[in-house]
Design a protein around this ligand. Structure first.
Ligand SMILES: Cc1ncc(COP(=O)(O)O)c(C=O)c1O
Length: 389
């Protein structure tokens, strides 16, 4: 193994392209300068294109959790009823933030190996008036992607704001913010946006602004009103991570040059190849195909195999880093991230590492079976002309 060569397959931070690294070597500029306004306005406009929105959008110099807190802290007054769709570890976090903001949180629980059930959500929305509905679009802890288009239709008929955690999907999965009527969509930089950790973003619909104006809770660092005020000049209220903004600009250029439909198709196809590969190895997946995430795949450890031991062997002996299970799935699964700067051979390498790791653990695996299954998916797609990489 080459000593410091690491293959990163965790679902964030994800690999950063050389063009993005290079962009981040530019000299730092003052954040109250016209050069900064030009950079920031450009980044916001490009990110709005990826969000597919004309809503206001802000880039924040914190991780995605801060953006989740910003969404709630600016719109929810103590005692407001919030419906939290609990689908996994990150949905739990959204609910926790809502509770910390003083909301009366009602939890609607779903099995951690499946998507939200829109009929159950609709029933809840009929029974009760909520101020907000919280959903995790792509539940990184389970590899399940939820139907936010369908959810948007339901919530738009009510007074509730639909808040979407798109941290591990935006930039890899099609999110039509305006068409789906999503009020607040948050994401962070270190996933499909191909950046190091440190930036987040939030979009704010006119319906959400109406709520911000009525929110009594005072905010300072996370004040959306301050972000709106300084945006008039193309600035941010506080010192932003200028270097990361250069990187985001370059990453967005890459995404837009590839074209959103192609970027989404690439993720979908690589996700399908990973799932076929895992099944080829003889492993079972947490998410059924109908709701399987294009950016991360969660895999059940086979009988007698400790997934954390498998990860340790892959990391220490092969230089391949995958993620473990979170919450109730800790010690039961491992997770393979395939978001952002990923291509066919990233998938092949990751699957080869899983096969080799299992063999090293003494688990019976036919070497090459998973790799071949993935290769068949990739080649079949090529033949059908479905994908031009
Ligand atoms: C779905 C989801 N939500 C929220 C977060 C938290 O984001 P951050 O780590 O950027 O604060 C993550 C991070 O993995 C995530 O995957």
């Amino acid at each position: 193994m080459v000593k410091d060569k690491q293959y990163l397959y965790i679902p964030g931070p994800a690999p950063v392209p050389p063009a993005v690294v290079t962009a981040m070597t530019k000299p730092v500029i003052g954040h109250r300068s016209s050069d900064f306004s030009h950079l920031y306005r450009g980044v916001v406009a490009k990110l709005q294109a990826v969000y597919q929105t004309e809503n206001d959008l802000f880039v924040l110099s914190n991780s995605g959790t801060g953006a989740m807190e910003m969404a709630l802290a600016n719109t929810v007054n103590p005692g407001d009823k919030v419906l939290s769709l609990i689908t996994g570890f990150f949905a739990e976090r959204f609910a926790r933030i809502a509770a910390a903001c003083g909301a009366e949180v009602e939890r609607l629980e779903f099995p951690w190996d499946g998507p939200i059930d829109l009929a159950r959500v609709e029933e809840k929305l009929r029974e009760e008036d909520y101020r907000a509905v919280l959903v995790t679009h792509n539940e990184t802890s389970t590899g399940v992607v939820n139907d936010i288009a369908g959810l948007g239709k339901l919530v738009a008929k009510t007074d509730a704001l639909l808040m979407v955690d798109a941290v591990s999907s935006l930039g890899g999965v099609d999110i039509k913010t305006d068409e789906y009527q999503l009020d607040m969509v948050v994401t962070s930089s270190q996933k499909a946006l191909m950046l190091p950790p440190g930036l987040a973003a939030i979009s704010v619909s006119p319906k959400a602004w109406g709520r911000v104006e009525k929110c009594k809770e005072p905010r300072v660092y996370f004040s959306l009103a301050d972000y709106r005020k300084t945006m008039v000049k193309g600035h941010t209220p506080w010192t932003p991570a200028v270097t990361l903004l250069y990187g985001l600009d370059a990453a967005l250029d890459m995404i837009l040059a590839e074209g959103l439909p192609r970027v989404f198709a690439r993720h979908e196809r690589l996700g399908r190849a990973v799932r076929a590969g895992m099944r080829g190895v003889g492993l079972e997946l947490v998410a059924p195909d109908e709701c399987a995430s294009p950016t991360v795949t969660a895999v059940w450890a086979p009988p007698g195999v400790d997934p954390d031991q498998l990860r340790k062997i892959m990391r220490e002996e092969l230089g391949v880093v995958m993620a473990g299970g979170k919450g109730s799935l800790a010690g039961r699964i491992f997770r393979f991230g395939h978001m952002g700067y990923v291509g066919e051979f990233d998938v092949i390498t990751g699957l080869a590492a899983v096969e080799m790791g299992l063999v090293k653990l003494g688990y019976p695996v036919q070497l090459g079976a998973g790799v071949a299954a993935a290769q068949r998916v990739l080649l079949a797609d090529k033949e059908q002309g479905r994908m031009q990489q």
